[in-house]
Write a protein that binds this ligand. Sequence first.
Ligand code: ADP
Length: 269
Amino acid sequence: LNIHSTALYDTHDKRMGTLIIFRDITRIRLLETMHKDFAANVSHELKTPLTTIKGFIETLLQMTADSAGAPDQASVAQYSRFLGIIEKNVNRMVRLIDDLLALSRLERLKGTDIQLETHPLAGLIQKVVRFCADRAQSRGITMDVHCPDAIAGMVDPMLMEQAVFNLVDNAIKYSGEGTCITINAEFKDGNIEIQVKDSGQGIDAAHLPKVFNRFYRVDKGRSRDQGGTGLGLAIVKHIVQYHNGRIEVESRRGKGTCFTITLPGATES
Ligand code: ADP
């Protein structure tokens, strides 16, 4: 609480009383802390791959300086392994920067910037599924879609595609071999519900309320190995809010997870 007091005088300099202003600065402090935490998280997330890249570049430079003449086969194999590690870390930074840009664009959007149009959801969902098909297949994961052609939502198609993609991408990342992901869209109580359900590792109840926070990850190592940035669900939440919708998650550890996007303004044709 911020307290400010001033003595009050009348025109004859006679003291009339005291004006005390109480200002609740909890929210301001909270925002300041969030900003600082965010900057610290971003710096850390960028510095980790950068340190690895720097280390491997220095090693490569040293190796080439030490090797007189043409490198032998073993050295070439090692060069290419190190370059592979550098590439992986560069890609990780690119993904992080792409997600940060997407998030900051979303945060600066105003209601009037969003182009909501009546758009069939089946095509949008099928596009995401086609895009993820190879990765799912390489892990022996099948994807099942149930979305009647008649379902059209008031959406910004590009943004909603991104939201559904992030959910399907997570479902693939956090599910095991031979599992199935179902993506359903249906009318319910005058709204549209889009569900992405997996039978993967699930999320403990204690973590569930935090998974939409920026950079929150249940298992940092696993998320990184899978190419995660910790920003995917924060992006989904923003997109859904811009559609005046809501997102909910249900999960059981070891059983699976179900994310549900509820959108208002359903039209049934
Ligand atoms: P990330 O890039 O780490 O996947 P997200 O913001 O997309 O970041 O998700 C935050 C965290 O929520 C993940 O790190 C993971 O721990 C958890 N999570 C998200 N989706 C799922 C899912 N379908 N199954 C299990 N855990 C999930």
